[in-house]
Every structure is written in C-alpha cells, then in structure tokens.
Design a binder for this molecule. Structure first.
Ligand SMILES: Cc1cc2nc3c(=O)[nH]c(=O)nc-3n(C[C@H](O)[C@H](O)[C@H](O)COP(=O)(O)OP(=O)(O)OC[C@H]3O[C@@H](n4cnc5c(N)ncnc54)[C@H](O)[C@@H]3O)c2cc1C
Length: 536
C-alpha cells in the first residue's frame, strides 16, 4: 500500500500552496485533483500583500510579479453609470510598475489571475522531490483509523483504484467539501447572500472603443442601483469578466440574455466574443472546526466568503501556512501532542473575521439603491445626485479596496501555543494597519540593509531576535529549544526603528512569522515557554 505523510485533496490554489509549503519544509505529500487543473474562467485575481509575503519566502514572488498582467496597467476602481455614461468616482490604484511598497511590508498586492497563479504554485510544489501531484484523480472515501487515515482514490482516466495510507489527510476540496460533510462539521454564518452571474468575454481595445481611461475594475450603477462589476482579467488577450451582482437564482447560463447585459453595461449595443458563463452562489459561512482527528480542512472547504475584498484564497493560503509548519513539526518529531489542535484554534477565528468584513463590504453595495432614480439624467437633479453619491460610493463601497488592516492585522491572541504578555492589543481596523509585535501578531516588517526585510529572517524554524547589542546574551531559551529538538536560530538586529516597533529586547518568532513570546529578559522558565509554543 502506498504511504504518504500527508494526502491533500484538491489542487485549487490552497491545496497547491500546501503541497509547496510542505515540500519546502521537507515533508512528503501526495495531492489528488479530480480535474486536469486547467483554468479557463478564473475566479481569483488579487494576490494580497500577505500572500505575496509568503511567495517572497518561497522564492516565487518574482514569478507572480512577472505574470502576464502588464506591470504598467493602471488598476483604478471606477464607479460609472455605464461605459459610455458618467463617471461617478475613481479610486486610484496605480500600476505595479513605479509604485514603492508601503512601510508595512516589502511586498505589494499583485493582480495575477488564478489561471497564472495556480500554475506558479504547481511548479513551485513540483520543485520538491517529496511532492507528488496527481491530476484526474479523485478521493472517493477515507477512514480515520486513529493511527493513520486510509484513503481510497480513483484514477479517472484508467478507472484504477488505489488505497493510500496517510499520516494526515488535508481537505482543500472547495466549498462543497465532501470531506467536511462526511465528518459532519457544520457551517455557521449568514448563509447565502445571492446568486451572481459571471460572463467572460473578449473585446480587443474595449476601453478605447468606449472612450474610458485605463482602469481594472468598473462598478456599474444605473437607476436600479449598483448592479454589476466589470473587470479586465487578461489585458493582453482582451479578456474581461462581467459579474451581475445578483440574480433571482432561477436562471441558467442558457436563459441569460448576455447581449442585453453587455448593452446595459456599455450603454449601447456592443459586440463581444463570449467565452463562458456561470451562475454561482455567494455565501458567508465558516466551519465550526477546522479539523477532526487526523483530518484537517483548509480554504473554501472551511470558509466561503463574498469575493468583495478579495480575501477568499488569500485566507486559505494563510490557513495552509499555519498548518504547514505544524505538520512539519510533528513529522520531524519536535511538535507536541497539542500542536495540531492549535490549527483550528488559530485559524477559525481568522475565518470568522474575514467573512464578517467581506459580507459587510457586500452589503454596502445595496445601501444606496433607493436613491438612484435620476442617476443617468442630464438634468440639474441628475447632476446634483451624481455629485453627491460619487464620493459616498468611493467612501462606502470603496472600503473593499482599502483592506490592508484586514490583510495583515489578523493575530492569534488566545491561542494555546502563544505566550501572552500584559500589553494592550492595537486596534483591529480593516482599513488601517498598525504594526505590533504583541504575541500572536505577524512579526512586523522593518526594512534592513540591502533591501532585505525583517520578514526575510523568518520561515524555516523559530528565530529568537535580539534587539541591540545590549540585549541579553545568556540565552537559556535557545538551550531549552535545542533540548526539545526545536529548530531555532538567534538573530541580532541593530536598528532603532525595529527595536521601537518590536518593543522588547527579545522576541521569539515562529516558523510562520508570528510572534510566540517576547520579553526584555529571558523567561524564568525557558523550558515551559518552549513546551508551550511547540504544543506540549
Ligand atoms: C468572482 C470571484 C472572485 C474572486 N476573487 C478572489 C480574489 O481576488 N482573491 C482571493 O483571495 N480570492 C478570490 N476569490 C475566492 C477564491 O477563488 C477561492 O477562495 C479559492 O479558489 C479557493 O481555493 P480552494 O483551493 O480552497 O478551493 P477550489 O479553488 O474550489 O479548489 C478545490 C479543488 O478541489 C477539487 N476536488 C474537490 N473534491 C475532490 C475530490 N474528492 N478529489 C479530488 N479533487 C477534488 C476540485 O476539483 C477543485 O479543483 C474569488 C471568488 C470568486 C467567486
């Protein structure tokens, strides 16, 4: 019987990222994906700042940065009555080229459609000898035996069945997760928020032909309200996506009048090449638990977010970065018996936080609906209304484009493997990010010499950072870590800005880049600290 440390079910971006993360950490895994992995009509387009930080750690940030989305393409979000109608407001989002990273991160948000991002993750995963990816292969059944998980898979091309014995099974099998259902793990939240329609089309020189300046994301508002968004997916191949924000849920791709919808968006009849159409369900749900026994779940399998705010995949990548080092710690023998339990304790509240904010962004789309009757009129009333609602739309609906606090500000306070201190938490504001090294937080970025970042110090094992040469040198905690087999290194940073942001003279950072413990002096009981942070 084939054995593996981890069997991953699902080769979407989250499963592929887990395969890459495990391979990078030297843990063998087998990933099964029922499709051929080819993506014709992609969902995800925005790889956020935190995910780009992980890509930097994995050494693939340049590949994402150099994806076919042109670096000089303005990414403005624009509120319009139609493409040939009035512009109501514009949120400048400059092209990647020419913009510098903000002070909070060495990375910037990258527009990179899933049709390019998934293959980058796949190639990264395949660079590791311990990683095997099998496409057109489906998990049919599994049984948690207590000491391992017995999994039945089928090769969809040959029909051949095989049994795999895995130490752990990770379900990255998407929103309809059969594994989650089989485990009887419930979902909580607002439930279904609507039935959007996706229409993909090709239209060369689209913006030139309708006379609009460059932008990436257009929100269409007519007398019936904010009804659609239209975004460019692949500018070089003129591929666009029109999303009707809601439908009655009874339509089918065949019954949709596509030409009427593009006419409404453009403001006049307009010919395009239709590429695809789908109707999907917008949900706001999170699983009650992210694991049961030897089975773990990640990505859409445990959180289904409204795409407003672009947090779905990005939250899923955060899941597998948290899970990856813990699985590696167990496989390498230094993780404690409770380490894997902390996965759900840390990531489930992060999922709740993400669904709450993204649902709120979606709800803001409907706030103005009863006010738009004159929005397209060339009358004093129409002009006054446009002048009034434009800034309101930018302020309210535009929040979904200002999410740096949401992206970087999640923290694992209250986790059983974090040693809290008695400082106050910084505000958790989705729009604004306040860097903090309070235990549980993402260890902050500070630019160091030669373009490197504090973040570049973290990733492989634990890192004990000493701020300033006068920080304690007698580091019993390092000896304690070594005694338990926990990989650790010591870094000394002589940088006033970093010392001020990190606040204490010693900070212990986990392999995922979150602060596990900090203090001005060595802890009284170093072994107790090490045992806590390794889940013992
Ligand atoms: C319109 C839209 C725009 C979005 N934009 C963004 C964005 O900009 N940024 C962002 O972060 N997120 C975005 N999202 C969300 C993002 O697309 C999802 O969160 C992400 O695709 C989830 O990835 P996943 O790997 O968890 O699941 P999926 O991508 O659904 O992958 C699950 C995979 O599991 C496979 N599978 C299922 N069962 C089995 C089985 N038994 N055996 C083998 N294989 C199996 C499926 O074939 C599938 O390939 C958007 C979503 C939508 C709808």
């Amino acid at each position: 019987m084939r054995k593996t440390t981890v069997l991953i079910v699902g080769g979407g971006p989250v499963g592929l990222a887990l395969a890459g993360e495990l391979g990078w950490r030297g843990v063998d895994c087998l990933l099964v994906e029922q499709t051929d992995g080819n993506i014709v009509t992609p969902k995800m387009n925005e790889v956020n700042v935190r995910t780009m930080e992980f890509c930097r750690r994995w050494g693939i940030a340049d590949k994402v940065h150099n994806c076919p989305f042109p670096q000089d393409h303005a990414r403005d979000a624009v509120f319009i009555t139609s493409f040939t109608g009035y512009e109501l407001g514009r949120i400048p989002r400059p092209a990647v080229a020419g913009t510098k990273p903000e002070p909070w991160s060495p990375m910037r948000l990258q527009t990179c459609s899933q049709m390019w991002f998934d293959p980058i993750l796949r190639d990264f995963a395949l660079t590791w000898p311990g990683v095997e990816l099998r496409y057109r292969t489906r998990l049919e059944k599994f049984q948690d035996m207590g000491s391992a998980v017995k999994c039945g898979i089928v090769d969809l091309q040959t029909g051949g069945h095989e049994t795999i014995e895995a130490d752990y099974l990770v379900a990255c099998d998407g929103a309809t997760s059969a594994i989650r259902n089989e485990l009887g793990i419930g979902l909580t939240g607002q439930g279904i928020l609507g039935y959007p329609v996706h229409l993909f089309f090709r239209a060369p020189d689209f913006l030139k032909r309708v006379g609009k300046p460059e932008g990436t994301f257009f929100l269409a508002i007519d007398r019936d309200g904010l009804w659609a968004n239209i975004r460019v997916v692949d500018p070089l191949n003129a591929m666009w996506r029109l999303m009707v924000i809601d439908s009655d849920g009874k339509q089918t791709p065949e019954s949709i009048d596509r030409d009427a919808l593009i006419r409404r968006a453009v403001g006049r009849p307009f010919e395009v090449d239709w590429v695809g159409c789908s109707i999907w369900t917008r949900r706001s749900l999170v699983a009650e638990h992210y694991s049961k026994g030897r089975v773990f779940l990640a990505g859409d399998a445990v959180h289904q977010l409204s795409p407003t705010g672009a947090m779905g995949m990005n939250t899923g990548i955060g899941d597998v970065v948290d899970l990856g080092w813990k699985l590696a710690a167990i496989a390498q023998g230094w993780g404690g018996a409770k380490l894997l339990e902390s996965y759900s304790a840390e990531r489930q509240p992060t999922g709740v936080r993400a669904i709450n904010h993204t649902s709120d962004f979606h709800i803001s789309h409907g706030k103005f609906h009863d006010r738009f009757a004159a929005i397209e009129d060339d009358t004093p009333e129409g002009r006054a209304l446009r002048a009034e609602v434009g800034p309101e739309l930018v302020r309210e609906v535009g929040r979904m484009f200002r999410t740096i606090g949401l992206q970087l500000g999640y923290r694992y306070e209250g986790s059983p493997i974090i040693v809290p201190d008695d400082t106050k938490p910084v505000p958790d504001d989705p729009e604004n990010f306040v860097a903090s090294a309070r235990p549980g937080s993402r260890a902050p970025h500070v630019a160091l010499t030669n373009g490197s970042s504090t973040l570049d110090l973290y990733g492989r094992g634990f890192v004990l950072v000493r701020f300033g040469q006068e920080a304690p040198e007698d580091l019993e905690i390092v000896e304690a870590a070594k005694a338990r087999g926990v990989p650790i290194k010591v870094e000394t940073i002589d940088n006033r800005e970093a010392a001020a942001i990190y606040e204490t003279r010693l900070v212990l950072v986990r392999p995922d880049g979150h602060v596990a413990w900090r203090g001005n002096d060595a802890p009284d009981d170093p072994l107790a600290v090490i045992d806590r942070i390794r889940g013992c």
